[in-house]
Design a protein around this ligand. Structure first.
Ligand code: BG6
Length: 494
């Protein structure tokens, strides 16, 4: 259960606050799930009053709330929102914050519980954490708690992630540190464990004996938008694979945890990360494709090349697409490749996991050239969240014709209501003290270890693997198709 608390958002004038955090808190309120005693304090540098801040948030919630805006719910929610102006590096600003939070405890019964949300550039983390500690805000009184939520990017490589973890751990205990990965809050991502461990049918098949390979795809039609400077220093591998896609891979590949406690689940995910086969530069050259979008068209509209986007270098070597083959070297997954692809400016937005089973034996119906295709279990993370199973069926009629059909479950139709946004679930969990859907220190560092080997190979002195162009609106470079074709496989048509 979410507990009474004050949520302090650092970076309250930022995009994330407007697009995600406030709409999420509003929707939790609209569903009646916010703790009765809750205050939200926006901490930022710009000059604003409580009222002007509320007015801006009202506009944002109207635009971005998934359930629309009910003015009555908004008014009672907005009464609990406050603005605190301070520079991030101004010690007195944190003293004033401490006083303000103590007043709110008195006025609103928030019980001394504090949830600090760092929605700021990573370069600000250390300063903010030090000031919180100097103002005594990282320590809670007996019976209360102080937690910190840290937004991505969590480092840019293993060394910076370790340094950042070092900084955070000086101020907050690991059990009070919530590293957010919003993919873990997506309803269907959470359903992977339920699908696997609440059903008897799948788990006996969930291994190298029956599964041929797994494909994880995250496709986006959007380009780099206004995020040129960030993206230039990141690229698709760090932006999406290191965190979101490796997390999905872990959920698919992990062993059943002994129970549902946060650390039991995260222990199993860490074991998967540790089992990822480290890549040599030769492996990277063979098994990782990096691409960048050239000019093209999406949905009939012309779009420009990555190199001509705002604040992007005209000679940029940053990848906007990655396809790779990963191997999980453990008993369950020996010999089963996990293919991952992620890209911007692809024809449509879709994230899914496809688990392809081995072909039926080549007798009776599956002989010679007559390849009838394999069973595929598809977990659609977004949009149209759901799960489908492809199987072969006989077409009605006298002739024996076999066609693939799908058993399909759609969240929308089965449960008749929209799934909550990832941030809603994650904020509620952090208020409840449940860290299961947040990344633990060793997960993040392990993932960077895997990713660094690829980045190092890409940026090594001497010959580097090529950066392959693909037209915006296509499904990525041809080299990504070759990667699977070499193994006698294809990417799924989405
Ligand atoms: C973010 C990345 O973490 O995830 C973005 O920084 C990406 O580049 C986004 O667009 C995708 O998230 P979602 O929820 O829209 O699929």
């Amino acid at each position: 259960m979410p507990q009474p608390c004050s949520v302090v958002i650092f970076g309250a004038s930022g995009d994330l606050t407007f697009r995600k955090l406030i709409p999420a808190l509003y929707n939790i309120a609209a569903d009646g799930d916010l703790p009765a005693a809750l205050s939200v304090v926006g901490f930022a540098r710009r000059e604003k009053t409580d009222d002007s801040f509320r007015a801006e948030l009202h506009e944002a919630a109207r635009k971005f709330s998934r359930s629309g805006l009910n003015e009555e719910v908004w008014s009672s929610f907005a009464e609990r929102v406050f603005y605190h102006r301070s520079e991030f590096g101004e010690a007195a600003g944190y003293q004033r914050l401490a006083e303000r939070l103590a007043e709110l405890d008195e006025e609103r019964g928030t019980c001394g519980n504090r949830l600090f949300y760092l929605s700021v550039a990573p370069s600000e983390f250390e300063g903010i954490l030090q000031h919180l500690a100097a103002a005594g805000l990282n320590k809670a009184a007996e019976g209360s708690w102080a937690r910190v939520i840290v937004e991505k990017p969590f480092g840019t490589d293993l060394a910076t992630a370790q340094a950042l973890n070092g900084v955070v751990s000086k101020t907050f205990h690991e059990r009070d540190t919530y590293r957010i990965d919003h993919f873990l809050g997506k309803e269907t991502a959470q359903n992977i464990m339920v699908l696997r461990f609440a059903n008897g049918i799948f788990e006996p098949l969930w291994n190298h004996r029956y599964i041929d390979h797994v494909q994880i795809t995250a496709a986006e039609p959007l380009g780099v938008e206004a995020r040129g400077p960030y993206y230039e220093s990141s690229g698709a591998l760090r932006d999406m694979v290191q965190n979101h896609l490796l997390q999905l891979l872990c959920l698919v590949a992990m062993e059943p945890p002994t129970d549902l406690a946060a650390d039991s689940v995260r222990d199993e995910k860490v074991k998967v990360i540790r089992s990822l086969r480290p890549m040599t530069p030769e492996d990277v050259a063979r098994d990782v494709v990096r691409g960048q979008y050239a000019a093209g068209a999406i949905g009939g509209a012309e779009v420009k090349a990555y190199r001509t986007e705002d604040r992007v270098s005209p000679t940029s070597m940053t990848e906007t697409y990655v396809a790779l083959k990963a191997n999980v070297d453990n008993w369950r997954w020996a010999g089963v490749p996990f293919y991952i692809r992620v890209g911007k400016r692809l024809p449509k937005g879709a994230t899914e996991i496809a688990v392809q089973l081995k072909n039926a034996p080549s007798v009776l119906f599956n002989k010679g050239a007559e390849d009838i295709g394999a069973n595929v279990l598809v977990i659609r993370i977004q949009p149209d969240e759901g799960i489908s199973l492809r199987m072969q069926c006989k077409m009605p009629g006298a002739a024996l014709r076999i066609e693939p059909v799908k058993m399909d479950f759609h969240y929308g139709t089965s449960f008749g209501k929209a799934s909550p946004e990832a941030y809603e679930r994650l904020l509620l969990d952090a208020m409840s003290g449940d860290a299961t859907l947040f990344a633990r220190r060793d997960e993040v560092e392990g993932a960077w270890h895997f990713i660094d080997l690829i980045e190092n190979a890409w940026h090594a002195a001497g010959p580097q693997p090529p950066l392959c162009e693909y037209p915006a609106g296509s499904w990525g470079p041809k080299e990504a198709d070759d990667l699977l074709a070499r193994d006698g496989r294809n990417w799924r048509r989405m």
